[in-house]
Design a protein around this ligand. Structure first.
Ligand SMILES: *Cc1c(COP(=O)(O)O)cnc(C)c1O
Length: 222
């Protein structure tokens, strides 16, 4: 695997050069992360708390760690001190726990709300009803140690590009709609995390501000 060459290849194809590349390094050894780091990558995505905990102290301190996987409430405390952005916030319960852990260590934690946009049941995320319920809950406006930076979504795993595009477009229009709403100041809505190795170009065409790319950089995960 020529990680450096892969990175260049991926970057060259970007439709929007301002779109942030989050290098998804889950399951990959530190050597691979270090190659990507030396090629200029500072944003790394992981989907397991244990792996984040193991890798974080071994990498340079200017690395921005992204938690992109499903996060259990009881594990928030382990990553709260150093995590740069939690992409997969999919329940009010989890958001409240992140707020609580942030409060404990006096740190405002950046998060994205994960929306369920795919056809598959297996993918996590809010539906619009659940989102609206949370946004109108009186407890929501009392959150003090989270900053909601935007939305995240994963499209259906399919060859059907029209469907993938439709799902990303739906997420973008929800994002734009939310921006028009009267929401507390800790809701910023500047980031739209959508797109992976197989669909990042469609995602960028549909307005993604950050793509999470693993296998196209580091190779398959076996
Ligand atoms: C693994 C993963 C990715 C990266 O997937 P690739 O297809 O390897 O690019 C992106 N987002 C999430 C949430 C993931 O779990």
């Amino acid at each position: 695997m020529d990680i450096k060459a892969n990175l260049e290849k991926v970057k060259k194809t970007f439709i929007n050069q301002d779109c942030l590349l989050v290098a998804v390094s889950k399951t990959k050894p530190l050597e691979d992360l270090k190659v990507a780091y030396s090629a200029g990558i500072r944003d790394f995505g992981e989907n397991k708390v244990q792996e984040l905990q193991a890798k974080q102290p071994e990498m340079p301190q200017d690395v921005k760690w992204h938690m992109i996987g499903h996060l259990q409430s009881n594990k928030v405390k382990y990553i709260a001190p150093f995590i740069h952005l939690i992409h997969g916030v999919d329940s009010f319960k989890l958001l409240k726990e992140i707020n609580k852990q942030g409060k404990k260590i006096d740190r405002v934690i950046n998060v994205l709300l994960q929306m369920h946009i795919a056809e598959e049941e297996s993918k996590f995320g809010f539906d619009t009803k659940e989102l609206n319920e949370m946004l109108s809950d009186p407890d929501f406006s009392n959150l003090s140690h989270v900053s909601i930076q935007g939305l995240m979504g994963m499209a259906t795993f399919t060859e059907n590009q029209d469907q993938v595009r439709k799902e990303f477009r739906g997420l973008k229009s929800l994002f734009d709609e939310l921006k028009e709403r009267q929401l507390p100041a800790f809701v910023q809505l500047v980031e739209l995390s959508m797109g992976m190795s197989g669909d990042y170009l469609i995602a960028q065409e549909e307005g993604s501000t950050m793509v999470r790319i693993g296998s196209a950089i580091f190779g398959g995960r076996g």
